[in-house]
Design a protein around this ligand. Structure first.
Ligand SMILES: Cc1ncc(COP(=O)(O)O)c(C=O)c1O
Length: 455
């Protein structure tokens, strides 16, 4: 009989203690934080599922590569290794390092967009939307309708509706659409993959209208693995070859290396357009740094060069996708409503279905995230009415799994805590805002619990 257990494809060389707190301590801390988990100190968190961004454990090869980091201001060989690694996978002519994904977004939108433009995406991530709107352009989400229905199970729920893309370009006029974006995997839509067929179909429309296609590539390796598992014709291909094919359809990309770069910091912007690359590098120098380091240390560039390839390792991807699915499947089988099917980097609880007695205006996602913290010291994040305001079509709580950090027993603990909160869900109350910033309000918002649930 073949062995069925999928194990962590690594052993542990260095450990980082995590501390259990008491419920009273957590109650005090969350109150002081205005019920915003971003404002709780991380040493008071037992299992931190706030984000998979910048939280990966580095490999021995990455730590070794750090020592090779050349910190020369200009022309560092670390940049050469970084650029070669990026080009071998992504294939673009110009590779511009940035300190993280949003810096790449800021430069891209500043150079390509102006007031009155329209940028379609399957679903803009919050920083992508904010950077797009900051230059006066309109960020339009065009996910397939099933993406808004948590219980639906299509294999490529991250896809864009191509008919709506064509219609939008027709209505706005191609001149008003400086670029089209596809986010792989679709983070705000549940970590769901985009199929190769959809990338191709979107590209065809872009070509017809002479509009460049950019990929928000943060989780490109996980997306490539889903294509291998789910799309006919790809089962025999390596994640590396699938990734290459994905990017061969694009004119550029933005990347946060804090996800599938397996790095704690870093990102990049790529393009095939020489003129744009020059403008982007000019802006880069203004705020990020010289084009051979772009706000990163030489050692960070080395870490990313190694991490991009490790993220495409098939054993790693198999374990990664299986451990996320393990969490999702074990709570779903007890009735907990989640976005189905389980995504690549995270499980999303459907807070509207979990807490139907709390209306969206009373932030059911916040209420659920606070409860998971109080019950078991687990930190998650609301992706819903607090994050997106009136644009929110769902209220989700994302449990993002840091890469190579937690073991099976950590995940089993999380399952137990969620099921405990599920059992007493009717007692959970909604929240009201007491402070909000003008943009990206979820990072600093403060809230207060409502006296009793709305009836
Ligand atoms: C899809 C997507 N795009 C862009 C970003 C922004 O990247 P960063 O946090 O490195 O600025 C993120 C971060 O979570 C993301 O998930």
């Amino acid at each position: 009989m073949p062995i069925k257990t999928i194990i962590e494809p690594f052993r542990i060389k260095s450990v980082e203690p995590i501390r259990a707190s008491t419920r009273e301590e957590r109650q005090r801390l969350i109150e002081a934080a205005g019920y915003n988990l971003f404002l709780v100190p991380s040493d008071a968190i037992l299992i931190d599922l706030l984000t998979d961004s910048g939280t990966s454990a580095m490999s021995t090869e990455q730590w070794a590569a750090m020592m090779r980091g050349d910190e020369s201001y200009a022309g560092s060989p670390s940049f050469e290794r970084f650029r070669n690694a990026v080009q071998a996978i992504f294939g673009f002519r110009h590779v511009i390092p940035t300190h993280q994904g949003r810096a790449a977004e800021r430069i891209l939108f500043a150079v390509m967009c102006k007031k009155g433009d329209v940028v379609p995406n399957n679903t803009h991530f919050d920083t992508t939307r904010a950077n797009c709107e900051f230059v006066g352009a309109e960020a339009v989400d065009l996910p397939i309708p099933e993406a808004r229905e948590p219980a639906h199970l299509p294999p490529f729920k991250g896809n864009m509706v191509t008919a709506r893309l064509a219609e939008l370009i027709g209505r706005a006029g191609a001149k008003k659409v400086p670029l089209v974006m596809l986010t792989v995997t679709n983070n705000s839509g549940g970590g769901q993959p985009v199929s190769m067929a959809n990338i191709r179909a979107v590209k065809e429309i872009c070509v017809r209208h002479k509009i460049p296609l950019y990929i928000d590539a943060c989780r490109f390796a996980e997306n490539a693995y889903f294509i291998k598992l789910r799309e006919p014709g790809y089962a025999q291909k390596s994640p590396h070859d699938i990734a290459r094919e994905m990017f061969s359809h694009a004119d550029g990309c933005t990347m946060s290396a804090k996800k599938d770069g397996l790095a704690n910091i870093g990102g990049f912007l790529c393009t095939n357009d020489d003129l744009l690359a020059q403008q982007e590098k000019d802006l880069l120098i203004l705020t990020e740094g010289f084009p051979t380091y772009g706000g990163l240390a030489g050692r960070d560039l080395e870490v990313i060069a190694v991490g991009l390839n490790e993220a495409l390792d098939e054993d790693y991807l198999k374990y990664r996708i299986a451990s996320t699915a393990f969490l999702g499947n074990h709570i779903a089988k007890e009735g907990v409503p989640i976005v189905q099917p389980p995504g690549g980097h995270a499980i999303y609880l459907d807070a509207r279905a979990f807490l139907p007695h709390i209306p969206p205006a009373q932030f059911p996602g916040v209420a659920l995230a606070v409860e998971l913290y109080l019950e078991g010291g687990i930190r998650s994040i609301e992706i819903g009415t607090l994050m997106f305001g009136e644009h929110a079509t769902m209220d989700l709580v994302r449990l993002a799994i840091p890469r190579r950090v937690y073991t099976q027993s950590h995940v089993e603990y999380v399952v137990e805590v969620i099921l405990e909160v599920w059992r007493r869900r009717e007692q959970i109350r909604g929240f009201a805002l007491t402070y909000q910033a003008p943009f990206l309000r979820h990072f600093s918002a403060r809230l207060r619990p409502l006296e009793k649930a709305a009836t």
